[in-house]
Design a protein around this ligand. Structure first.
Ligand SMILES: [Zn+2]
Length: 446
């Protein structure tokens, strides 16, 4: 699918965030137009306002020439941002009976080893991306496998769909099966070649991807740091403080480091455009260090519940003002849906008497996630100049939600019901650069 040069007008109930609702600041944190319009040219948002206002501001010819998508009554939000997921693990999503380290050995490593087959990597990438679109997700930070061709497959499929995506080759040179092991030299050589091939091509960006500290030697972590600092706009993704057995193992492997965060810090792996999944078991000094280096955390509540890893505490993070996004973390996560991820985040928060507000949740699934990934200059809301990726939600597609919301006129109530009871069944359509890339009733039908 290629963006077309013609202009597009979209009508519906439009909601987007301008800043973090949890932070005090001037002006409103979000904008809502009950009868709103998006005017899009060449895949870029030019206007987002009330329908009548947008129409009035457009010369008649422009407005008549535009292709028109009428989603009146439906909620239009920026495409969801999934800050942490693994496309090779879709086949082992929902695998029975283990916690993190055993689960990796038993299910994940064999599934990733199967990606030695290029055909499987390509088919999986295409399926994964189509399913993301079906869930309303238009941007994700994605782990491939140790195989460079898995990254090629992912980026090729993302490029065919004109998606803004981050991905990287997994770096692992110890404590993992032989058939998934690279070396510091190979890690450098293959990552550098992939950066050359894909970074900055269209909407794609490369993310240096050491799996986590236990599976990389000090020499390989040093290579990851060297790569991350080799260009100003590269990204980096990994895992941090997910499980207590993992923490004990990290202490054993890196006795010279103060804590888990210090391991990554020592190799220059903290900073802007870096994001770590989980961050459940962090001390206050670690959170402070992450905040001062602008390192982001992707919280993955459905994964944390599924593997019994622990309960992320949002209040502790907010005190330190760390950038936070949501991750589906498939395959430990049990759904690609950001709506279901928000529901799990609410349930995890309740354990600590923290009731995640719908505003905070929807912010984190859009602009918050985009900021955590360092992509908020491109995506995350509908300010003029942003790329026009959006999801169209229709709560009426789920009978219980339709029943629950009958007669409701309160937006916060609707957002909360949608995040608690909704899923991909209410993602009516997903648009990428203005073009319809997924529709529940088939493409071309509205
Ligand atoms: Zn993960």
């Amino acid at each position: 699918m290629k963006p077309q040069t013609s202009s597009i007008l979209v009508r519906g109930r439009i909601l987007h965030f301008l800043r973090d609702p949890a932070q005090s600041g001037a002006g409103p944190a979000w904008e809502y137009h009950p009868d709103g319009a998006l005017f899009i040219e060449n895949g870029i948002v030019r206007r987002c306002a009330a329908w009548a206002q947008v129409l009035e501001s457009l010369p008649e010819l422009t407005h008549e020439a535009a292709r028109y998508h009428d989603y009146s009554g439906r909620l239009i939000v920026p495409g969801f941002v999934d800050c942490h997921t693994h496309f090779a693990q879709l086949r082992v999503m929902g695998a029975y009976g283990h916690q993190l380290l055993e689960w990796l050995e038993r299910y994940v490593f064999p599934a990733e080893a199967a990606f030695a087959d290029e055909g499987r990597a390509r088919r999986s990438a295409a399926f994964f991306l189509d399913r993301l679109l079906a869930h309303g997700t238009t941007t994700a930070s994605v782990f491939a496998t140790v195989h460079a061709h898995a990254v090629d497959a992912f980026f090729a499929e993302a490029s065919r769909r004109s998606l803004r995506m981050l991905c990287g080759k997994v770096l692992m040179d110890r404590n993992c099966p032989e058939n998934l092991r690279d070396t510091p030299e190979l890690a450098h050589q293959e990552s550098a070649a992939l950066i050359e091939r894909w970074h900055g091509k269209g909407r794609l960006r490369y993310s240096i991807t050491p799996r986590f500290a236990p599976t990389s030697s000090p020499a390989q972590l040093a290579v990851a740091g060297e790569l991350y600092h080799s260009r100003k706009d590269l990204h980096l993704q990994s895992h941090l403080a997910e499980n207590l057995a993992e923490l004990a193992w990290v202490r054993e492997l890196f006795p010279q480091c103060r804590d888990y965060t210090d391991v990554y810090d020592s190799y220059g792996l903290l900073g802007p455009r870096t994001i770590y999944a989980h961050g459940i078991h962090l001390s206050a000094p670690e959170r402070r260090r992450l905040a001062e280096t602008q390192t982001a955390i992707a919280t993955c509540p459905s994964s944390n519940l599924f593997l019994g890893s622990g309960f992320f505490q949002t209040a502790a993070q907010d005190d330190e003002a760390m950038p936070l996004g949501f991750g589906s973390d498939v395959g430990a996560g049990t759904s690609l849906s950001m709506l279901r991820t928000m529901a799990a985040a609410y349930q995890v928060g309740q354990v600590h008497q923290e009731s995640l507000s719908p505003w905070q949740a929807w912010y984190r699934a859009s602009l918050g996630g985009a900021s955590a990934l360092g992509l908020d200059a491109f995506i995350g809301n509908f300010l003029p100049g942003r790329e026009a990726d959006f999801a169209v939600l229709d709560a009426r597609r789920i009978p219980e939600l339709a029943f629950r919301l009958e007669g409701n006129t309160d937006l916060a109530e609707e957002l909360f019901a949608l995040m608690m009871l909704g899923d991909e069944r209410c993602v009516l359509a997903t648009h990428v650069l203005g073009e319809c890339a997924h529709h529940l009733d088939g493409l071309g039908i509205q």
